[in-house]
Write a protein that binds this ligand. Sequence first.
Ligand code: SF4
Length: 359
Amino acid sequence: MKEKPSRSLQAFSGEIVRWQASHGRNSLPWQNTRDPYRVWLSEIMLQQTQVATVLDYYARFLQRFPTVKELAAASEDEVLGLWSGLGYYSRARNLHKCAQDVMALHGGRFPGTAEQLQTLPGIGRSTAAAIASFCFGERVAILDGNVKRVLTRVLGFSADLAQSANERALWAQAVALLPDQDLPDTMPRYTQGLMDLGATICAGRQPQCLLCPVQKLCRGFAEGNPCTYPVKTRKLKRTAQALSLLWARKPDGSVWLEKRSSKGIWGGLYCLPVFESDDALTADLPPSLRERLDPLPAFVHVLTHKDLHLSPWIAGFRAEQSMPKAVVSPERPGAWFGPAEWSALGLPAPIRKLLEQDA
Ligand code: SF4
């Protein structure tokens, strides 16, 4: 049985649908299509990333991989290389795995329901719902960060979302608010409308309530302080990690890069050799190279939950000189890459920035 919204909120979905048609975003390159491949690609890229940043990456990916078949057949290195700069690289690894699963398990077609879509790598409940509502008009609710903000404010939902029971209760309310008529047309527009409202009007710090299509229905607005929603008490604990980097460089500008294992920080990316400390770095080099090591200014790279204190050391190698055995092992395979080669690899953002200073 379908859940019903409270009487006062029965107009909610209709207002969102109408507003989206006249004021929402309707000409983004991944809109006006019901092709699950394109919608999925955009949804994964848009997680944690602004629309303006995604536009170029989306175009490049589609040009290189026009269908899920080409993406599945690519090497992981190529996918990570094209993803380079978008961050959160587990998304790219899952994207590649998901394409391979769609080919191997579903005959090259994305499954047609949110429930089945969720069985694929990297597709969570909200992303599955977005794909299923956009492509198949399924009556399923999305609940990403922006939508949580809109709905908790509209509903005056003050329970702590750090507790999973409360989050489940919000999902249930999100389902109750869904349109229940003319789903092939209203579901895509409603889903897009909630996304648009969260991204453009119902902002975190300064919601523009005077422009909002659901202001009359919004409990947070009526109470006078919508920014008290959503409530989430658990604070992520930040950690710090110090890493030393060996920037080995030859006269022709080539650099030594190793491919990191798929687990841990910068998994699967190419990187300057990483050491736990400056002492560990110098201990692995023969005396003749140690003498030619120069420290560069250390810097901090901020990740979502962690501050990385990076300490790069530059070492000039002769043209014919090879990397000492202590740095190369089957666990950390590496190679020399010329300037035209390394720029196309998937590199962590701070490493790319460092190398580009010299390019
Ligand atoms: Fe958000 Fe204000 Fe609209 Fe409520 S009225 S949904 S707080 S923008």
